[in-house]
Design a protein around this ligand. Sequence first.
Ligand code: B12
Length: 268
Amino acid sequence: MSLFDIFTKKAGRDYSSEPGVNNPKRVMPYGDILGDGALQMSFTLPVAPSPEAKEGAKRYIEKLGLKDVLIAHMEGIGNNLSYFVVYGHAKHAFDITKVKVPKADYEKMNLDEVVEFARKNIKRKITIVGATTGTDAHTVGLDAIMNMKGYMGDFGLERYDCFKTINLRSQVSHEELLARAVRLNADVILVSKVVSQRDKHIEELKVLGAALAKEKGLKKSLIKIVGGPRLNHAQALKVGFDAGFGHGTLPSEVASFIVQEYARRNVS
Ligand code: B12
């Protein structure tokens, strides 16, 4: 269906009984009218901006199956590189009832609820050791979770009375993290991985996951958590961790998981 059709023939019609509209089995993007499949995407091509680059970008997106393609923006972003913003209309829909995403098992609580839960059920401070590992120098994500001031108005783990937190900061080797976790008798380790080029973060986490599993000096009940913008819970499980937290995670989500998982493992 073209944009013309959408605006002239279909506008004003009741779509609620049609595929793609309010129907969880046929979900699709929309822009102007539910079910129109309108979407916006952006990408970079390794060519200088030109009328040919613009037309090439349009044809490429048409090959991907989008209709009514409009290049809304083209901009040079360096030597022989162009950035594009494109609008188009997709025809594909998906069945959201068939989509299952593994998630860390916890009920979200706020700071006071976490502290109260720990006071009632745990009755001791939980020792948490955090680090950004390998050559990764990004500390902001880990700090957002651990530091007193927290992230997006949500206080960090240092603020919780029920936790003793040790932030080893960035570029921490696996050996050092393991040694510190053993020495501090850690209950939880938090690993941050931000650089993900060529899936380096996954490779390194596999190695760390295996080293953690082998290390005899660690508590058997140690809770291993990993986080970063290109990570999710399913990936964390695959590399030997107990939970994975991605983009936009709030400290209280991590705190909620920690106390509930600690109670599951340690309180009978
Ligand atoms: C700030 C920054 C830097 C600073 C870091 C300063 C510091 N002290 O951290 C500096 C300038 C040092 C830097 C360097 C580099 N950077 Co940089 N950097 C960024 C930038 C702009 C912001 C990252 C950030 O602070 N985000 C804010 C925090 C709050 O978000 P977050 O990290 O996602 O954290 C949240 C979640 O992911 C999660 N989380 C994160 N960690 C953890 C851990 C746990 C346990 C849990 C539970 C949750 C959790 O919770 C947080 C809060 O919600 C990003 C681009 C971007 N916009 O994201 C690039 C970016 C991450 N950097 C990038 C790159 C390539 C580099 C360099 C390699 C550049 C270079 N060629 O030198 C170097 C790497 C140096 C190194 N050895 O690691 C790339 C990574 C690309 C990739 N896919 O790997 C990015 C995406 C930029 C880009 N688009 O190219 N960088």
